[in-house]
Ligand binder design. Structure first.
Ligand code: IMP
Ligand code: MG
Length: 187
């Protein structure tokens, strides 16, 4: 794992918001919660590429149930730090979800537009249930009525990177989550 003290990537952060230990502890709690709620079921864990991947990999290893994996990818047009509200499906599920208990696993809910789109998109496919698990929630920026069923951390309205979250596709490999220096994206 990258060393926070010596990695140059950290020079672009204003500060670390959530450290790796704190994230790991919360992910374990979420896994335990999902394990309890889905007892006796075989949930289908749908990860949203690419931002959710570190969270997804850590979370499923904290869910003590039979489960299956699938992925979707979306993109929203707009500037790098603000989504446009127009969502495009880049990759669909590989498998049918008829009768399945679907858990959508996402990195962050910001405006909520992406998840609202995904939920609506999956609704017509006959799933037994659809729930949302997000690592981060920025409720201050919500533009649609969407509440995640599971949430790791509610955060302030700041642009964050790391642990899967990117700016212009970079910083996803940071093990911690930090606030990006404004000068990095206003340059
Ligand atoms: P929404 O549709 O506005 O809820 O945006 C969701 C997507 O925007 C997330 O999946 C992220 O890819 C991106 N996003 C929103 N806020 C941040 C942030 O603070 N850092 C990095 N990406 C973000
Ligand atoms: Mg992104």
């Amino acid at each position: 794992m990258l060393n926070r003290e010596t990695s140059k990537l950290y020079d672009d952060l204003e500060r670390v918001l959530l450290g790796r230990e704190e994230i790991a502890a919360r992910v374990a709690e979420l896994g335990a919660e999902i394990t309890r709620d889905y007892a006796g079921k075989t949930p289908l864990c749908v990860g949203i590429l690419k931002g959710a991947t570190p969270f997804y990999c850590d979370l499923i290893r904290c869910i003590d149930l039979k489960l299956t994996m699938d992925f979707m990818a979306t993109s929203s047009y707009g500037s790098a730090t603000k989504s446009s509200g127009v969502v495009r499906l880049l990759k669909d599920l590989d498998h049918d979800i008829l009768g399945r208990d679907v858990v959508i696993i996402e990195d962050i809910v910001d405006s909520g537009v992406t998840l609202q789109y995904l939920k609506e998109n999956l609704k017509g496919r006959g799933a037994a249930s659809i729930k949302i698990c997000t690592l981060l929630d920025k409720p201050a920026r919500r533009r649609v009525d969407l509440k995640p069923d599971y949430c790791g951390f509610v955060i302030e309205d700041a642009f964050v990177v790391g642990y899967g979250l990117d700016y212009d596709e970079v910083y996803r490999n940071l093990p911690d989550i930090g606030v990006l220096k404004e000068e990095v994206y206003t340059k």
